[in-house]
Write a protein that binds this ligand. Structure first.
Ligand code: XMP
Length: 513
């Protein structure tokens, strides 16, 4: 692919992925590379611009990550963010030192003034909030740089050497808390690097299809389809590219949400592919009978999944390519392609090493989640599949506390469906990152009509989160919760009490098991 390319050089900052996503949102392709990548390798990528990310270290320590100063002689514009800014200052003859308690150490939202004659801030307001998180301070900026942004505490919140195209900001323009932050990144790309913005999903889709065709030739491709967004989009892309050479094995373990299996099935009917749907509900339920320990449930499901997949792939015989829905965050997080392969299959319990294949193919390897969704839309997958919230590989098994039975799974499916339905009707779905029902193992006394009931308690869980590593419980309006509660208790036999989980992560996790 011959796209304009921006290099995001990673110094270990917590927002490195976010920077890359912002650049791509601005229509420019970029990749994140570790700071330790050999310089000739980076140069060969021919970047039109470079962004140094933040990082947890102090540049003046010898052990901290540095970059060969030769990079500053390439004539390529550089934007340094936080640590990246300090690194640029340090490397080009400035002085960075620990901030004193009462001077320039800054954390959080900070009122900032910008010099709008600087290209980075062109067309933006002179004042705005920026998100600071730095304990070091640039005591002296390098020669050639001018001060283009300041806060009350810090005279050099932003620095620029416009002639060389070098810019540094102490704050984080990539996070939402920084007002107009994305516009600053856009200015760097378009005003400074003169990007044209040739990264579109339509174009990506076309090129990806062509390169899959070239790679696969007339070979056979096998994909384990889970029904989640990533494997579904990978399947759609491969279906479009090599159609009849593709076999998708969709193992329905009977612990999916209501209608989910049929929805996945229907979504792929328009392509001429081999679609094998294995109805394995009974065998999974038999294996899970009487098991209440969460980790054992996961293990049993993972292993059984492999067995089913194994049986199906043996029927197919040798395939040339085993396809996987690995996406870019997996690749960045793991730092190596090896680990990414293993991780992408945590969903189905491990890489099926018995499957006879020649090569692995990962068509979404360079895409972020939101790009994967965009690609899915581009390929004509239905919205309910593309915008689907994350769903754990073990499915409802880890949302039924205690032992699992078909009756409990059916009860939970119905209740979960009503929850999702009411959330969507109330327009709350766009505000939540994940929401689902949990069937607790607790029964309590209730009264319905004139009768005493002794039924299960259902818990509702809804969270907002950026990365699923931490999460906040969602403030769903009371009237919406009320409608959900009334409907579930009236419509779902076996449930007579609803509770709402108001714990964040940490200390709780998102799932209950
Ligand atoms: P926790 O419960 O750890 O969940 O806060 C974080 C996110 O991961 C999902 N999750 C899983 N996904 N296989 C998966 O593919 C699993 O075994 C699994 N367990 C949790 C969970 O739904 C949430 O989005």
């Amino acid at each position: 692919m011959n796209h304009e390319f921006v290099l995001v050089l990673d110094f270990g900052g917590q927002y490195n992925q976010l920077i890359a996503r912002r650049v791509r949102e601005c229509g420019v392709y970029c990749e994140v590379k570790p700071y330790s990548t050999p310089l000739p390798e980076l140069k060969a990528m021919n970047p039109i611009g470079i962004i140094f990310t933040g990082g947890p270290n102090s540049v003046y320590l010898e052990t901290s990550p540095h970059v060969d100063p030769e990079i500053f002689t390439w004539g390529v514009p550089i934007l340094g963010i936080c640590y990246g800014c300090q690194l640029m200052a340090h490397s080009l003859g400035g002085l960075v030192s620990p901030a004193q308690e009462d001077t320039a150490r800054e954390y959080g939202k900070t009122a900032t003034h910008y010099d709008t004659s600087c290209r980075l801030f062109r067309g933006l307001p002179e004042e705005g909030i920026s998100w600071m998180s730095h304990g070091d301070y640039m005591a002296k900026v390098p020669e050639g740089f001018s001060l283009v942004g300041h806060t009350e505490m810090c005279p050099n919140a932003a620095i620029a050497d416009e002639a060389r195209g070098f810019y540094g900001v102490q704050y984080h323009p990539e996070v939402n808390h920084t007002e107009n932050g994305v516009k600053m990144i856009r200015n760097f790309l378009y005003e400074v690097c003169h990007a044209k913005g040739d990264w579109t999903m339509e174009d990506y889709c076309r090129t990806a299809i062509a390169s899959i065709r070239e790679k696969v030739g007339d070979g056979k491709v096998l994909l384990a389809l889970s029904g989640g967004v990533d494997s579904s989009v990978a399947a759609a892309l491969l279906a479009e590219a090599v159609g009849s050479q593709l076999t998708c094995v969709f193992v329905d373990h009977g612990l999916m949400r209501l209608n989910e299996g049929d929805e996945v099935d229907a979504a792929f009917s328009k392509w001429d592919i081999q679609f094998i749907r294995v109805d394995a509900e009974t065998r999974f339920l038999v294996k899970l009978a009487g098991v209440d320990e969460p980790e054992r449930k996961r293990k049993i499901i993972g292993e059984e999944f492999i067995r089913v997949f194994e049986e199906e792939s043996q029927k197919i015989g040798t395939v040339d390519f085993l396809a996987q829905g690995t996406i870019y965050p997996d690749v960045i997080e793991s730092g190596s392609s090896e680990a990414a392969v293993i991780k992408s299959h945590h969903n189905v319990g491990g890489l099926p090493d018995f499957v006879d294949f020649k090569e692995i193919i990962e068509p979404l390897r360079m895409l972020f989640k939101d790009e994967v969704r965009q690609l899915g839309r581009q390929l004509g997958l239905p919205e309910y599949l593309v915008s689907r919230q994350p769903f754990p590989g073990p499915g409802l098994a880890i949302r039924i506390i205690g032992d699992i039975t078909k009756e409990k799974a059916d009860t939970l499916r119905q209740a979960d469906f009503i929850f999702r339905d009411e959330i969507a009707k109330a327009g709350e779905d766009k505000k939540l990152n994940q929401y689902f029902a949990v069937l607790t193992n607790t029964r309590s006394v209730g009264v319905m009509g004139d009768d005493r009931t002794y039924d299960y308690t259902l818990a509702l869980r809804a969270v907002t989160t950026a990365d699923f590593m931490t999460a906040d419980w969602a403030r769903i309006p009371y009237d919406v919760l009320d409608r959900i509660s009334v409907r579930i208790v009236n419509e779902v036999p076996g449930i007579n009490r609803i509770v709402y989980d108001i714990t964040s992560k940490p200390p709780a996790t998102i799932e209950w098991e």
